[in-house]
Design a protein around this ligand. Structure first.
Ligand code: ADP
Ligand code: MG
Length: 150
């Protein structure tokens, strides 16, 4: 399944991701792709809220990963941007992928592609202007339930 949106502000991007966040079951893996400042972390903010987490979502660039607790699973948010040694954290990521009680979301995942499963959700954000983004969301049939109700 594939869906494409154009959002006019961060709130609209968060609305889309909140819709998906509300449909997560646990065990999903999400790859976030965009240039710097594209809106990956903004997307995560809506996703976490949609999954009923009250934890604050910020860029994990300097901490590499952050955890947001929801009533039914944990969201582990990774950011591999300019990480000098991705191998170390990649190990941690590998242990989490496939755990049904954990949703894994990754920014700048090019160095850990081999760890991500085929049935991941891919979110590609392209800046059209300062405030407009094209948000392309793709996933295999296994995760079609995430696209319901749009
Ligand atoms: P990334 O994690 O991809 O580096 P962030 O989510 O941290 O990006 O930052 C995106 C920036 O772009 C934020 O300052 C946000 O307010 C701004 N922005 C402007 N318009 C949009 C939009 N339509 N969708 C998402 N973010 C937007
Ligand atoms: Mg970010």
């Amino acid at each position: 399944m594939q869906l494409k949106f154009v959002t006019k502000n961060p709130e609209e991007t968060e609305l889309i991701s909140a819709h998906i966040g509300a449909r997560l079951k646990g065990g999903e893996v999400i790859e976030l792709i965009s240039d710097l400042g594209g809106g990956k972390t903004t997307f995560m903010r809506g996703l976490s809220r949609g999954a009923k987490s009250e934890d604050v979502v910020t860029s994990p660039t300097f901490t590499v990963s952050k955890v947001y607790i929801t009533p039914t699973f944990e969201i582990h948010h990774f950011d591999f941007y300019r990480l000098p040694d991705p191998g170390l954290i990649a190990h941690e990521l590998e242990d989490l992928v496939g755990d049904p009680a954990i949703v894994v979301a990754v920014e700048w995942a090019q160095d850990v592609q081999h760890i991500l499963p085929d049935n991941k959700l891919s979110v590609r954000i392209s800046a059209i202007s300062d405030t407009e983004r094209e948000v392309l969301i793709e996933g295999s049939a296994v995760i079609d339930y995430l696209f319901e109700g749009f």
